[in-house]
Design a protein around this ligand. Sequence first.
Ligand code: NAD
Length: 482
Amino acid sequence: MTSSISTYTLYIGGERVSSDSTETIDSFNPATGALEYRIPDGNAADADRAVRAAREALDSWRRLTPAERGAHLFKIADEAEKHVERLAEAETRDNGKLLRDTLATYRVLPSIWRYFAGWADKIPGSVIPTGDDALNYLRREPHGVVLSIVPWNAPLQLASHKLAAALVMGNTVVLKPSEITSGVVLDFVEVLENAGLPRGVINIVTGRGSTIGEALVSHPGVDLITFTGGTGTGTRIAKVAADRHVPCLLELGGKSPNIVFADADFEKALNGVANAIFAVSGQACTAGSRAYVHRDIYDDFVAALVERAKRIRVGDPRSDGTEMGPLAYSEHFDRVLSYVDKTVGEGARLATGGRRVAGAGFDDGLYLEPTIFDGVTPEMTITKEEIFGPVLAVIPFDTEDEVIEHANGTEFGLAAGVWTQNVNRAHRVARRIDSGVVWVNTYRVLSPITPFGGFKASGHGKEGGVESLYEYSRLKSVWMDL
Ligand code: NAD
């Protein structure tokens, strides 16, 4: 019964190796419910092997010249370019994202590697002017072995930021993808092999957070943890890391607001707010899950938004006409639906959506209608907790001060959107919003060349831009008597 289902292996020390564990995890296609493949549910012995392999590779990797390390990254970029369709298909199968979105992701993925490769031999050093009797200079050194843990919603895009920045600064890496999307990450091994990356510089192990994840986080051979995932998980990881004084770069959850002022370009704001929550079925850390709309335009805006949501074509992520695919896996689907029920129970008005899409063509796929609630009050759970699905709360406001207070009124601080044609207000509100990213009259514009990262419970540290290079290295101050 099980023989036709392929099982992936781990990638340690440059080889595809079996896990020490006999436990496996089944991976299902969220669009069809079909069982696609198995991955090893790795254990502490696998974690140990991977960390040791990364440690063994460290010395020779960090001794390469920066230009040589950069050359390896350029090769990975060139090789990744040859696998765009294969990787896009694999991610769509893993997490149900629209194929046209995953194709777009993998077309730009090489640029992440090239951006960091380009930095390799361009990072300036510094000498501090301490006077004639002493010389003080600063060295940027690798941390050593970096543990990178990534979630399922953008597995290789997030991993590429972490891997490329870590490698270019002379670190070696153990990567643990989410148990939901390990297939596409292990498919990347072929890219690494073809690019001729030295053994052990990148190691990939799979399994649950509660098994191999915890074993890796508490492993004494890990020097830096870079984690992207839920706030609760990040908090647990940071506590374990604190016991060993291991630094953590944390990219966590969000509950991002979109603020629509009465003077906004109505159509542009409407498109922006709808895309912010319904693109990738709301399964983005930056999902704009709260929309604050000025009372003067509130009724018209909500009516137009509901109309827009009703027209969204939900369906097969591989089909060209589809605008919203399934949710990624069944426990997550149930969790999102439970938030819908809870919000109804707390007294908000379900303006549209909220039901599973079933019937012909939907098979056993995990499809949810685009969902909008109004009549939402600040005490309701929907304004505070991350749902990570296509569920939007729309809330009216009267004044700028009031909306800033509400927008900042969650534990999160990842991103925000501001929609206005008043340039002074745009800058003023951008300054007052307590989040790591603010978009004005646009939403979710991202690029490897600019830093990204949250405030408050959305994490700390930056991925992207030159700031990444500082995160993935540590600064040493050298004094010399002259
Ligand atoms: P998650 O926290 O459940 O899992 C993330 C990763 O951590 C997975 O690989 C998982 O196996 C691992 N993990 C879980 N428990 C662990 C433990 N105790 N020790 C070590 N590893 C453990 O998150 P998820 O459901 O995969 O992803 C969704 C979350 O990720 C959302 O909260 C979303 O906002 C967040 N996210 C944040 C960003 C960002 O850049 N801020 C980007 C994407 C996703």
